[in-house]
Write a new protein. Structure first.
Length: 389
């Protein structure tokens, strides 16, 4: 029994955390190492753990149909996979080989298809392609379900493992089986491409500036500041977050600060250790423009945090459709043997004390059309401006 206890303890020695992993096959998640000390008393004095070890020993010694090719490590790996999947609908355990493949897939010579993926509470993999991306151009739509990649089912696989499967050498073809919202399945071939998507762009519609934020990344705040520099602080302004599947949570927090006065609540993260609160500082550059935020079913995660921060503080109104509803924070912890745990560590809470995970954010002003166009959104903006004159 000593070998099982030793292996269990070894799994507790090192942790590697991702600040925010948002299910994007093309993301460049930051990994930070933080050593921890194993809680040996928990393992040696916990009766349930000892019963588990005793059961494994009995099976090894007496089971008639025991397969000798099953290694000790595989027993532990199978137990961990089962445990995390039963306790956390978004969690996964990656073996050292799986995690190594995922890390390699983050290299510069690996590219993706321009699509984020999320798991819903039923375990289905939801597609959130970026506008103009290879995935969207191939016919994948927001809300489609991903069934398989190159003939390999994604069922019961972690977001990290699926992301690694989707990435590859530039110009190579990946074959996906997609299920539409109506249940129709189809095979789609997508060419992997290193397309650089402009995260922040500005255009004008009916003389009103429209800033499109495609995803929240490390440089979003700087690009947004640059865009705001040429806009009158009292002129109407639109922030277009349609199809923005999230990104870096802290980049969204920084972006929200550009529009908020000091000491305004932005978001809270509720974890097992307590509640961490984030408030605005003194970095606001636009607190006067009548602000309108456009959202749809593809608006998720960090983008929802940005919306809630501004609407809850009465700094903006939102227009469109109910958002996706991704209100949890996941982290990756690498273990001492090179394997890793991908687990949910916190719930995101709006300034108005709303937990929106699995629920989404309703817009202040819905757009009635089933598939609204930009003209429908702009019509609502003009309607609201006319009403407030």
């Amino acid at each position: 029994m000593r070998w099982l206890l030793t292996i269990a303890l070894l799994f507790m020695t090192v942790t590697v955390a991702v600040c925010l992993w948002y299910g994007d096959p093309s993301s460049d998640a930051i990994i930070r190492k933080k050593p921890i000390s194993p809680d040996k008393d928990f393992w040696s004095e916990n009766d349930d753990i000892l019963i588990y070890l005793e059961a494994i020993k009995r099976i090894k010694d007496h089971a008639l149909y025991l397969k000798p090719e099953i290694k000790r490590q595989e027993i532990i790996q199978g137990t961990l996979k089962s445990y995390v999947e039963k306790t956390d609908p978004f969690a996964a355990y990656l073996t050292a080989n799986e995690f190594s493949k995922w890390k390699r897939a983050q290299g510069d010579h690996y590219v993706g298809i321009g699509m984020e993926i999320e798991k819903d509470r039923e375990g289905q993999v939801v597609c959130l392609p970026y506008p103009g991306s290879p995935a969207e151009q191939a016919g994948i739509r927001v809300g489609d379900r991903l069934m398989s990649i190159d003939g390999v089912t994604v069922r019961d696989r972690s977001i990290l493992a699926i992301g690694a499967m989707a990435r590859g050498e530039q110009g190579t073809i990946v074959k996906l089986v997609i299920s539409s919202t109506g249940g129709e399945k189809r095979q789609i071939s997508v060419s992997r491409s290193a397309v650089s998507l402009a995260n922040v762009t500005i255009a004008h519609s009916e003389n009103i500036p429209v800033i499109k934020i495609l995803a929240f990344t490390r440089d979003t705040k700087i690009k947004l500041e640059h865009a705001l520099a040429g806009i009158d602080n009292n002129s109407p302004l639109v922030i277009d977050l349609r199809g923005n599947a999230g990104g870096d949570l802290f980049a969204a927090i920084d972006a929200a600060m550009l529009f908020l006065e000091d000491d305004k609540k932005i978001v809270s993260i509720k974890t097992r250790q307590g509640v961490e609160k984030f408030e605005s500082g003194n970095g606001a550059v636009n607190t006067g423009s009548p602000l309108f935020i456009w959202q749809d079913e593809g608006t998720a995660s960090a983008a929802e945090v940005f919306i809630a921060a501004l609407t809850s503080n009465n700094r903006a109104v939102s227009i469109g459709k109910k958002s996706f509803g991704k209100g949890t924070k996941q982290e990756v912890f690498e273990l001492s043997d090179g394997s890793a745990l991908f687990i949910t560590t916190g719930y995101l809470q709006t300034p108005g004390a709303l937990f929106f995970d699995g629920k989404g954010l309703n817009p202040d002003y819905p757009v009635d059309s089933a598939k609204p166009e930009t003209l429908d959104f702009m019509f609502k903006v003009n309607e609201l401006l006319a009403a407030n004159k």
